[in-house]
Design a protein around this ligand. Structure first.
Ligand code: ZN
Length: 157
């Protein structure tokens, strides 16, 4: 369970809340191999969240040799934490949406401000089975772990 090292303190709180909601977290499932950019996936019916630690490490070129002072290794852990924490929080948004009968959990916040980077990410998410509105909401809320924890408590219990 290497992913635990890649979660910051807020993402750990999100993690504990999805586990309390009955979710199983599975690391490096074969589903991760569908596309090398996939960091995480959600399956509400089976109550599973997949985290693709190996894909993240490949993206960050984890095994590349580092300098004698190992500064790159340190910044890689930081980057890994940043991406994995957002990815888990993103999937936790989908968990809360699923608990809410697949409706949005913050419809009043829906925003049309979507960067090109997010547009690309949303295209990938749609390819693996999301819907546009739910994806936009998940990308909007993935940086707001406190809101996501509150939504899990509200909708999943
Ligand atoms: Zn998504």
């Amino acid at each position: 369970m290497e992913y635990v090292d890649f979660l910051n303190s807020n993402a750990r709180i999100v993690h504990n809340q999805v586990v309390k909601a009955g979710y199983q977290i599975i690391e490096n499932s074969p589903y991760c191999l569908m596309a090398k950019q996939i960091l995480a996936l959600h399956n509400g019916r089976e109550k599973k969240i997949y985290l693709c630690t190996q894909n993240l490490k490949n993206i960050l070129v984890w095994s590349a040799p580092t300098g004698p002072r190992n500064v790159f290794a340190k910044s890689k852990v930081k980057q890994a934490r940043f991406y994995m924490s957002k990815a888990l929080t993103h999937e936790a948004v989908h968990a809360a949406q699923y608990c809410n009968n697949n409706n949005l959990i913050a419809p009043e916040r829906s925003s049309s401000v979507v960067t090109d980077f997010k547009k690309q990410a949303i295209q990938l998410s749609l390819a693996v089975g999301g819907t546009k509105q739910r994806e936009e909401e998940a990308y909007l809320l993935e940086t707001n772990p406190a809101f996501v924890v509150a939504a899990l408590k509200r909708f999943c219990f």
